[in-house]
Ligand binder design. Sequence first.
Ligand code: 13P
Ligand code: SF4
Length: 311
Amino acid sequence: MRNVMSNEHIRRIERIESLKREKNAIILAHNYGRAEVRAVADAVGGSSRLTEAASETSADMIIVCGVDFMAEMAVVLNPDKKVISPVRNAVCPLARQLSRNDLDMAKKENPGAEVLLYMNSLADTIAMADCVCTAANALPIARTMGGDLPLLFGPDHNVSYYIRKGAKKEIITIPDSGFCPVHHKISLVDLIHAREMHPATQVVAHPECRPEVQDHTDYIGSTGGIVRFCKESDGTEFLVAADVGLSDMLRDEAPDKTFYPVSEATICARMKMPTLAKVEEALVTEKFQVTVPKEIADAARIPIGRMLELS
Ligand code: 13P
Ligand code: SF4
């Protein structure tokens, strides 16, 4: 299908670029976001890339086109800047699965154990951690932590499996159950069916997928890692166990290769909430500003800073 931009679309892009200059604003967009939003972003990538971009910017305003924990991360790293989410309810359900109370209890039950939290956590729990990690850097960071004691890790049990296996670490995962509802829905049966349809393909998966899916892949990594692997691989056909938007993005990034989502139902609707119209509106109205209490932000800056140092 030919991609013809309407005059309205072109006008909106020009307005966004002009507002960015006027307000000294940047746009950060996650790989799972809409293509129209990624096209106007100053940094596009996975959680790691967006954290680096947020830590390096000299802009006065940061528009975060992702989910809530990413906007909070930008606030924590930029306490004097205005951080805006173009939508009010871009909530990552995974990030709400570990409470301060659960983490506090786990720390008391495991004195001396270091706490590594998956970046998909809210700032109030990150403030209680020793370090955070993303899918991109979880293995090297976990290898440096814990000493002789098991590592406390949360909230995603599938990512915990990935770290236990890949970094050969003993891990206590908190809370008792925690997973991303989008990736966890991809079953081994889905993968077997997809392989029957496309037998010659390589399989790539995000570590938020179930252990049995991870165990049947050629590559497991972050959204950014998957893009890199597929572009650099000699393979020409890939089954992608991740948000369907990543397969669309891969088709743009590597047009000579073929990408099939393992399941067409794998869609993170929250990441798709920011539209081009919402981004324009956010730049005009400066709604919705994201804030984090100062004592939480000051404490959360330490584990996020440690991740940036280690990666
Ligand atoms: P990445 O850090 O791999 O971009 O993943 C973030 C995420 O929320 C995917 O579900
Ligand atoms: Fe959260 Fe899952 Fe969406 Fe990532 S894909 S933002 S972990 S709900």
